[in-house]
Write a protein of this length. Structure first.
Length: 298
């Protein structure tokens, strides 16, 4: 009985056959009209680049082993692509910055070495990265490794604050899987295996609250705000669903209020999503279906 908010763009991409591996992550460059897809597999290009209309543009493969999360960062003069790599080979356990054409520009972490929680810049299967306009970096680390933490770095890669250990208490995590920010300076983390979303102050790292009442069926895998910041989109992989929540305004985050759902096909397995902050379109990386789908707002 609920009114539909989105519809599937069945014409995106124009040629789905370019997806040749498991599509784990997607990132939108709203400024330049580009969509980056990270995929895994043997002898497949790890990063595919499409236009927002769905045309395949190019791919690149250098120094990417097993992409998990991907994020596009735009400045006034430049843009770059950040990738978390959870591989166990010589490139893994890192957060890396690339040029839009795939040139490696920066490596955070020690490639090939799983970290311990004692050293801030030593990752163990880092799940996702979010970069603010000013260059501050947020990393959720990790995707099932020893670390269960949220780390904030300055634009020159120094630790600003670090929070989280493996656990179920306030500010503790069991697989922090996705991270994003709202319009009020709050950092939202999909605390996947605790079946909740936790929220922190971006300046201090202080815990601001949690949403746990809405995820009994399946934990949150991905968190992204709509372009107007009115809603929070959450992917739930095991029940093949996108849940849409009312985003709280300034002040207390309150309790979760689900306003809409998008039910995907069986075994689609939506892993991570991104939102085009110009058009409002949602892109969904689906590891079960081995594709990325685009949903446009009605």
């Amino acid at each position: 009985g609920q009114q539909q908010m989105y519809k599937l763009d069945i014409g995106w991409p124009k040629v789905p056959e370019y997806f040749t591996g498991q599509t784990f992550c997607v990132a939108v460059d709203s400024l330049h009209g580009l969509v980056y897809v990270g995929q895994r597999g043997v002898d497949v290009p790890k990063v595919l680049v499409f236009s927002q209309e769905g045309y395949f543009l190019h791919s690149w493969n250098e120094t990417v082993e097993m992409p998990h999360g991907i994020f596009v960062w735009n400045t006034a003069i430049d843009s770059s692509v950040w990738i978390t790599d959870v591989g166990t080979g010589k490139y893994g356990h890192t957060v890396k910055q690339y040029s839009p054409l795939g040139k490696l520009m920066q490596v955070l972490g020690t490639p090939g070495n799983a970290g311990s929680s004692l050293i801030p810049l030593q990752f163990d299967q880092p799940a996702e990265v979010f970069v603010e306009e000013n260059g501050d970096i947020y990393v959720v680390d990790g995707d099932g490794g020893m670390n269960n933490r949220l780390l904030k770095l300055s634009d020159d890669y120094k630790e600003i604050w670090l929070t989280g250990i493996n656990g179920t208490g306030i500010g503790e995590f069991r697989i922090p899987h996705s991270v994003t920010m709202d319009a009020f300076g709050r950092v939202w983390v999909a605390d996947r295996d605790n079946k909740r979303i936790q929220v922190f102050d971006k300046v201090t790292g202080e815990w601001l609250g949690a949403w746990s009442g809405c995820f009994a069926e399946d934990g949150p895998y991905s968190v992204r705000f709509t372009a107007d910041y009115k809603y929070l989109i959450v992917a739930q992989l095991n029940i093949n669903r996108l849940a849409i929540f009312a985003a709280p305004s300034i002040g207390s985050i309150g309790d979760c209020v689900m306003v809409h759902t998008i039910q995907l096909a069986d075994e689609t397995k939506p892993h991570l999503v991104d939102v085009d902050m110009k058009s409002g379109a949602i892109y969904v990386a689906e590891i079960g279906a081995q594709q990325v789908q685009k949903y446009v707002p009605l």
